[in-house]
Design a protein around this ligand. Structure first.
Ligand SMILES: [Zn+2]
Length: 311
């Protein structure tokens, strides 16, 4: 099955000129970051600040934004085998590790993800530190995102969490991805990776009883929604070596978007704006949503009334 999926990916990628190194050019043409005025709280306003026609408003208005905290008492995992993932292994020097300034990304790989009758082609993998998704509120030091794209352009992303450890057998995939990390310490540089064997990771994704799925978004601008997320609820086997992690952190710094509201819930930025405008006193999560919207409607009515009286 896995060999068949990889063969399918090879055919698809051979026919697609963008397979080796696809990227959302909208996202990289405008600079965003994780601190101060470029941070996640202001992402939606970055295009207008640069007189760009790009629309990142869903970052502050969308109600299916990522990442989220996965609460295992309410979101149940998929039955094992619901998702089939295959990524072709590569020899040393055959894949690129790039420092994009906002993440470390590996390109030049081929693979597929299949779920619910949909097939997605592998695009790239990249990292976040600390983890963007949290499990029952716990964060992890590193999260790997494997990004897949369907022929209709819809996206599927897997979130793979890693735990720190001092084992004598650190996770070999991470060790080889970051083999030449010192050569990409500056943004917009690249180097080659060591040999990459994805079999343990893809086997885990395909067989785990702890894979959580939800409908979310890109965790970076333009925050596009409609992304099918698959997050491993248990850290990937094989520890993240402490020294390696410190080196990765030294290059990548901090690149995690804050936790968003649960799927379908009002965007937290929109909620904060409403509360800031009308000074709602918070008593409970239920009251927050009800009273703030109610009061916001009153504020709008009052402003309208004033404008009519003084016009
Ligand atoms: Zn990501």
């Amino acid at each position: 099955m896995v060999a068949l999926l990889v063969a399918l990916a090879l055919v698809i990628c051979a026919a697609a000129a963008t397979c080796l190194h696809p990227r959302d050019t909208t996202a990289v043409s405008l600079h965003f970051g994780y601190s101060r005025e470029e941070g996640p709280l202001t992402w939606a306003g970055i295009p207008s600040a640069h007189n760009s026609s790009a629309d990142w408003s869903v970052c502050r208005l969308g109600r299916h934004q990522s990442p989220i905290v996965i609460y295992t008492d309410t979101l149940k995992p998929l039955p094992p085998g619901s998702v089939a993932v295959a990524i072709s292994n590569v020899d040393a020097g055959k894949a690129l590790l790039e420092n994009l300034g906002t993440t470390l990304e590996v390109a030049g790989l081929m693979g597929v993800l299949k779920y619910g009758g949909m097939g997605y082609d592998f695009q790239q993998l990249h990292f976040h530190t600390p983890s963007e998704h949290r499990i029952d509120d716990e964060y992890f030091p590193l999260e790997m995102h494997l990004v897949f794209k369907a022929p209709d352009a819809s996206l599927a992303v897997t979130g793979v969490l890693f735990q720190l450890g001092t084992s004598t057998t650190p996770n070999p995939l991470l060790t080889n991805i970051f083999l030449n990390l010192a050569l990409v310490s500056n943004p917009h540089t690249n180097t080659t990776t060591g040999a990459l064997d994805f079999s343990a990771l893809t086997h885990n994704l395909t067989t785990t009883p702890s894979l959580f799925s939800y409908n979310g978004s890109l965790t970076t601008p333009p925050c596009t929604e409609g992304v099918a997320w698959f997050v491993l609820g248990e850290p990937q086997t094989g520890y993240l070596d402490v020294e390696l992690y410190n080196a990765v952190k030294g290059v990548m710094k901090f690149n995690a978007r804050y936790s968003q509201n649960g799927p379908g819930g009002v965007n937290l930025l929109e909620l904060a704006r409403e509360i800031g405008n009308n000074g709602t006193v918070l008593t409970s999560p239920t009251d927050i949503r009800f009273t703030s919207v109610q009061n916001w409607n009153f504020v709008k009515f009052y402003r309208r009334l004033v404008s009519i009286v003084y016009s």
